[in-house]
Design a protein around this ligand. Structure first.
Ligand code: HEC
Length: 190
């Protein structure tokens, strides 16, 4: 073996060892990145820390509000697709990540809109919310994105589909698991 080859061999050996160690380190991480099919919401920075205020102006229906009008069946179908679309958020979240199987919905979801929703009241000081306003709140807070344009097809589609989900919603008997609870399930154990 000549002299120049030695450091190279060493470097290769180190690189090899790292490659072997990496998958192990990844597998041990309970906070894997969120995909639509994952059951648990994204971990790491809590996307809905209760302390973060939501600007009510961003999520309140504008004056002379004219929602996008389209074919109801088509909107519902598009809304169902958007529910799983992580591109709507900036943090890998989708509506589905938290709300699949009616997850995170409190008993208030069974009432006709507008009604009071705890998160809207606490964080945006809104006494009551319409369904589309609530979707905007989830866009801004847990999804860490901008509100959708009020006259957009996206908002109309999400509203149509969520209204459909609401029809078959029955409030859970026990406490509802809140993915936005202050306790972050992925915080390092003390
Ligand atoms: C990180 C989790 C999370 C994500 C992602 C999320 N939400 Fe929510 N959402 C919540 C929580 C928690 C509540 C319950 C708020 C309460 O009752 O105080 C909620 C409440 C709601 C409500 C109101 C229910 C009621 O009681 O009237 C609607 C509607 C809703 N979400 C729709 C959506 C839509 C549509 C999306 C996607 C654009 C979405 N959410 C994304 C966590 C999330």
């Amino acid at each position: 073996m000549n002299l120049t080859a030695k450091p190279l061999t060493l470097a290769l050996a180190v690189a090899g060892a790292l490659t072997l160690a990496l998958p192990v380190a990844r597998a041990a991480n309970p906070c894997k990145p969120l995909r639509a099919q994952d059951e648990k919401p994204l971990c790491g920075k809590n996307p809905c820390a209760a302390s973060d205020r939501i600007d009510p102006k961003l999520v309140t229906r504008p004056k002379n509000y004219k929602p996008y009008a389209g074919n109801p069946a088509e909107l519902k179908k598009e809304g169902e697709r958007l529910w799983k679309d992580t591109k709507l958020s900036t943090n890998g979240m989708s509506c589905y990540a938290c709300h699949q199987g009616n997850g995170a919905f409190q008993a208030s979801f069974a009432k006709p809109y507008p009604h009071q929703v705890q998160m809207a009241k606490e964080r945006a000081k809104m006494k009551t919310t319409h369904l589309d306003e609530m979707i905007q709140i989830c866009m801004v807070a847990p999804m860490a994105a901008k509100p959708l344009a009020w006259d957009s097809k996206e908002l109309a589609a999400l509203t149509a589909y969520t209204a459909d989900v609401q029809k078959s919603f029955k409030p859970a008997k026990g406490p509802v698991a809140n993915p936005c609870a202050a306790k972050n399930p992925c915080a390092p154990k003390k």
